[in-house]
Design a protein around this ligand. Structure first.
Ligand code: C6P
Length: 412
């Protein structure tokens, strides 16, 4: 919890502004995190000094760009403790990474096979599997979420019956973007492997919020987005175990991913090139490497402790507001750095609009979790998500704003 707060906030130029005449309180980092100066500088530096295409040119700029791009791959591999940089495929983000795996597996699945997801999946880790099931004739099943407010997490006992040898893929989120639930990812990967299924972790909400070790987790595939870990938008990563990637057909074909081409056919390069057809997103990959440096320098354990401390404090303070319903796990150890809540008589969009008048950025709606919302009997929630630049004082401003909103709408 002892991050150097003043210095941390000074690293983020965007935080030092007024919104509607009030100091900005940014509590929407689960949607996208803000960027430190070092990440912004990495982008500027690349475009001012090194901009060139990679893997193709023999001139100085191209070689510098290639070195920086491949350096970023090595940096990301280290960030998640991958065994080999070739296991890092640059994508546009979590969504593209999951689609790549889902489309590739759709070609190998058949009727009788099962794809297992959970009821708390973001649409990006649900719809691609629906499509894969439709395309292949496989069956899609879900691990239930327990409790009227989803406070019980995943029904791990149900896994005993759901996780059979028919399951070929088990795709689950590490941290729920709506509930804040931290799922026992290592256990889920281990149990998937025990029945011969590959594990696919949606790491969108966990990657920037603490240590992340793909080998300790025993993960087969992990997808995440740069923009949720202080990196740029438009860049993400699909991690895949080397042996699995080598067995996977490419999803997209074209320049850069082939060793030889005739008018009749083509031969693929190994991973990662095989999965990166066309000119990649060079600048953003390099800046993602800078984001890894930034987070590691702060200390990822400390970031995790800080985020979770703020969320626990927020939950405690929000609980005192009349008529509030707080969703997700109650125990601190199972909850990440976000809090989701709802009022019976005030729509989440109204809450967000009113809070915005106080300079506070929240997110309201279904958070791309429509089936989960339906299950909980909600049209949406309001979500406050915390990150390394947030402070305890900002929680007090949030609580004061919410009290104003409840009063306006006629509450106690
Ligand atoms: N969640 C949120 O406000 P992309 O858009 O590809 O970078 O990430 C998709 C995604 C996948 N899984 C989880 C768990 C996520 O939270 C997200 C993005 C944002 O919660 C936007 S909906």
């Amino acid at each position: 919890m002892s991050l150097p707060w003043k210095n941390v906030r000074a690293d983020f130029p965007i935080l030092h502004q007024q919104v509607h005449g009030k100091p900005l309180v940014y509590l929407d980092s689960a949607a996208t995190a803000q960027k430190p100066r070092t990440v912004i500088d990495a982008l500027v530096h690349y475009y001012e000094r090194d901009n060139s295409n990679v893997h193709r040119g023999l001139h100085a700029l191209s070689m510098r760009a290639t070195d920086a791009y491949e350096g970023a791959r090595t940096r990301v591999a280290k960030f998640i403790n991958a065994a080999d940089p070739a296991e890092i495929i640059f994508t546009r983000g979590t969504t593209e990474g999951i689609n790549l795996v889902a489309r590739s597996y759709a070609a190998t699945l058949k009727p009788g096979d099962v794809i297992l997801c959970t009821e708390m999946e973001h649409h990006s880790n649900l719809v691609p599997w629906q499509q894969a099931a439709k395309a292949s004739g496989a069956t899609l099943r879900y691990v239930p979420v327990l409790g009227a407010d989803a406070e019980g997490g995943l029904d791990l006992a149900a896994l005993d019956t759901l996780l059979t040898p028919h399951v070929k893929v088990f795709a689950f989120t590490h941290i729920s973007n709506t509930l804040g639930t931290i799922n026992p990812a290592a256990e889920l990967c281990r149990r998937a492997r025990a029945v011969g299924a590959v594990s696919v972790i949606d790491g969108a909400q966990s990657i920037g919020h603490g240590p992340f070790d793909v080998r300790a987790l025993g993960a087969d595939f992990v997808a995440f987005s740069g923009h949720k870990m202080c990196g740029p938008t438009g860049i993400g990563v699909l991690y895949g175990r080397r042996a699995l990637l080598d067995a996977l057909a490419p999803d997209e074909t074209g320049g850069g991913m082939v060793v030889s081409v005739t008018y009749e056919e083509a031969k693929w390069k190994p991973s990662p090139e095989r999965f990166e057809a066309g000119t990649p997103n060079i600048a953003d990959a390099i800046a993602l490497g800078a984001a890894c440096d930034y987070l590691d320098a702060l200390g990822r354990d400390q970031i995790a402790q800080h985020d979770r401390h703020l969320a626990a404090l927020a939950r405690e303070k929000l609980s005192a507001i009349p008529d509030i319903r707080i969703i997700g796990p109650r125990a601190g150890g199972e909850r990440s750095g976000l809090v989701s809540f709802a009022f019976a008589d005030v729509h989440a969009h109204d809450v967000v609009t009113f809070a915005d008048e106080d300079g506070i950025a929240l997110r309201g709606g279904h958070h791309c979790n429509q089936p989960l919302m339906r299950k909980l009997g909600l049209t949406g929630t309001t979500r406050a998500s915390f990150y390394l630049y947030n402070t305890e004082e900002e929680i007090d401003l949030l609580v004061a704003s919410l009290r104003r909103i409840v009063k306006f709408f006629g509450g106690s």
